[in-house]
Ligand binder design. Structure first.
Ligand code: IPM
Ligand code: MN
Length: 362
């Protein structure tokens, strides 16, 4: 088993270092190899996703990814910006199925901006299609308008598109995931306006007939955004396109009050996957040793479960995380009065200690 480790930029290197220490504590037989990605790769090799990094990722069983991006690259031409690295990895590895859980940890109920009763016990799984939609649709670009409100003016355009097989496969992923949970899927679309999402809705409905045991409902994206803050516990599995999934998953993550706690997995058809925290590179706190490593540590647990076939090891990490929260340890992002503030390294230490202790006491 081989893991490609791509820490990236900003807090990426600090949080991935803690996840690696946790993985090493487990005494499992896998090989880890690191490479540069994002702004760090651009600085060293002139490209955010160098050939060697892509090759390493393709050949690995799983990729553990930190975060990419920094404001200082905003002026670069689009193809050289750090974000292109993650988009390129998704496309080249065919990582079409993105799992973004939004779980409210009981000890962190107070961290949410919503009332505790609205989010206590929250456990949503957003399944975001990740390699299609307006993110990748061609054509795109800039040109002189020939029609529209201002013919002759400069304009920019992107293309929203989905093919039938793309929608079918993500729908299957959602229904199968729902079978392992509470057997409910909400498909989010904008079928009232967009042809692409009427097509999406029709296909999800068709695929749903193969899963009579799973309850399917449909919701427009604007309403879904509203329901997420009004009554988030109504949702269980949410399946949606790339763009709506990007937006709704940030919203759902923040409901839990702790985006620093949430892992994610992006899988292809052969269960090869890329695992990354749901948050970004946070350049404002990079290098200060205060970032929360738990989302990345929990992403490593997802990696063990989904791509490396080590469910017990995944359980060990997850219960170690529960136990450090129960001890009252908190990084700055989730700190509140009465708990103990710790840095990135100390949080990693605590998870390692919790795993080691459980191992000794059995
Ligand atoms: C995410 C990020 C990316 C996205 C960016 C960095 C390209 O926001 O993973 O949600 O838009 O998909
Ligand atoms: Mn996003």
């Amino acid at each position: 088993m081989k893991i490609a480790v791509l820490p990236g930029d900003g807090i990426g290197t600090e949080i991935v270092a803690e996840a690696i220490r946790v993985l090493e504590t487990l005494d499992l037989k896998f090989e880890m190899e690191s490479a540069l990605v994002g702004g760090a790769a651009y600085e060293a090799h002139g490209h955010p996703l160098p050939e060697a990094t892509l090759k390493l990722a393709k050949e690995a069983d799983a990729v553990l990814f930190g975060a990419v991006g920094d404001w200082k690259y905003d002026k670069l031409e689009r193809s050289l910006r750090p974000e292109q690295a993650i988009l390129g990895l998704r496309k080249n590895l065919g990582l079409f199925a993105n799992f973004r859980p939004a779980i409210c940890y009981e000890q962190l109920v107070g961290a949410s901006s919503l009332k505790p009763e609205l989010i206590s016990g929250l456990d949503i799984l957003i399944i975001r299609e990740l390699t299609g939609d307006i993110y990748f649709g061609q054509p795109r670009g800039r040109r002189t308008a020939v029609d529209g409100h201002f013919p002759g003016a400069e304009e920019a355009f992107d293309t929203m598109r989905y093919s039938r097989p793309e929608v079918e496969r993500i729908a299957h992923v959602a229904f199968q995931a729902a079978r392992k949970r509470s057997k409910r899927v909400t498909s989010v679309d904008k079928a009232n306006v967009l042809e692409t999402f009427q097509f999406w809705k029709d296909i999800v409905t068709e695929v749903g007939k193969e899963y009579p045991d799973v309850e399917l409902d449909h919701m427009y994206v604007d309403n879904a955004a509203m329901q997420l803050v009004k009554a988030p516990k109504k949702f269980d599995v949410v399946v949606t396109g790339n763009m709506f999934g990007d937006i709704l998953s940030d919203e759902a993550a923040m409901l839990t009050g702790s985006i620093g706690m949430l892992p994610s997995a992006s899988l292809n058809a052969s269960n090869q996957g890329l695992y990354e925290p749901s948050h970004g590179s946070a350049p404002d706190i990079a290098g200060k040793g205060v970032a929360n490593p738990l989302a990345t540590i929990l992403s490593a647990a997802m990696m063990l479960r989904f791509s490396l076939n080590q469910p017990e090891a995944a359980d060990r990490i997850e219960s170690a995380v529960q136990s450090v929260l129960a001890q009252g340890l908190r990084t700055a992002d989730i700190w509140s009065a009465g708990t103990t503030k710790v840095g990135t390294r100390e949080m990693g230490d605590a998870v390692v200690a919790a795993i080691t202790k459980k191992t000794i006491t059995g």
